[in-house]
Write a protein that binds this ligand. Structure first.
Ligand code: ADP
Ligand code: MG
Length: 255
């Protein structure tokens, strides 16, 4: 059973999709690097036993802005669990990187008190199917309410004009879930991961296009207080619409 922190005004951003390799750690590290550059020091909570985010932090050069790392997947014998998972009091932005397999209880725990949930999706039809299952679980099992507008998709390693991308767009549109950024397939992400840096820490002329997309995600994340306020004022959406539109999933063609 996973345990995640609770605190008022903690911007808890959860990145999840049970599909391995879809870009969860890539998103977590790049968003953390952007927040670190802007300040105050963000935190990353790494729940994936593969420890990719923790490894990335260990490789991070000392002269770059600090990021607080919490290796939540490790079970320490020396410390209590709550001490081990402690988020520093001055942390404003917390990124939660999740593992490949998450059962229903863990899904509920991971998303509890989250301000934003990001689902990275690769463009293949298999990945889009997996993502639609993940979104269905978020809405029906974790009871994420679409009216809260906390759920968004990031299309990763994507070419916009493919058939499967168009179908993903239509499916998400019918649920009212936005695709807030489209990250291209670029070696910049691979180099950044190897060096323990974010794209925002790399030479601007090389990464401008990719950084612009990351910044779109940051802007959407930053708007969580407004999203929360406006969600409280929307009352007329029928919850049954969610259930019906999810159960009537589209059949995705090949990319
Ligand atoms: N947009 C991208 N372009 C190129 N390579 C990418 C991109 N996003 C992720 N990768 C690479 O794909 C692999 C899997 O990404 P990762 O973020 O570790 O996925 P996950 O955490 O979901 O398992 C990594 O080697 C990563 O560097
Ligand atoms: Mg990962």
């Amino acid at each position: 059973m996973l345990i995640t922190p609770r605190r008022d005004n903690l911007n808890k951003i959860v990145i999840l999709n049970p599909k391995g390799g879809c870009g969860k750690s890539t998103l977590a590290t790049n968003l953390a690097a952007s927040y670190a550059r802007r300040g105050p020091t963000p935190a990353i909570m790494d729940y994936d036993p593969q420890g990719s985010t923790t490894g990335w932090l260990e490789r991070r050069p000392d002269d770059l802005p600090n990021i607080h790392g919490i290796a939540a997947y490790k079970k320490s014998m020396q410390a209590t669990r709550s001490w081990q998972l402690r988020v520093p009091n001055d942390t404003v932005n917390l990124l939660v990187d999740s593992p490949a397999s998450v059962d229903h209880n863990d899904l509920r725990e991971l998303t509890r008190d989250s301000t934003s949930i990001l689902v990275p999706v690769l463009p293949s039809s298999m990945d889009i199917h997996a993502a639609s299952r993940c979104i269905a679980d978020l809405l029906l099992v974790a009871k994420v309410d679409r009216r809260d507008r906390k759920l968004a998709v990031v299309a990763n390693r994507t070419r916009k004009n493919t058939k499967s991308f168009a179908k993903l767009m239509r499916f998400l549109d019918s649920l009212g879930i936005p695709i807030i950024a489209v990250l291209r397939d670029s070696q910049n992400f691979v180099h950044a991961a190897e060096k323990g840096v974010g794209l925002c820490d790399m030479q601007p002329s090389r990464v401008r296009q990719d950084v612009e997309e990351i910044e779109k995600i940051v802007s959407w994340l930053d708007a969580w207080p407004e999203r929360r306020r406006s969600s409280k004022s929307v009352t007329s959406i029928n919850k049954q619409t969610t259930r019906r539109s999810i159960l009537r999933r589209p059949s995705f063609g090949s990319a």
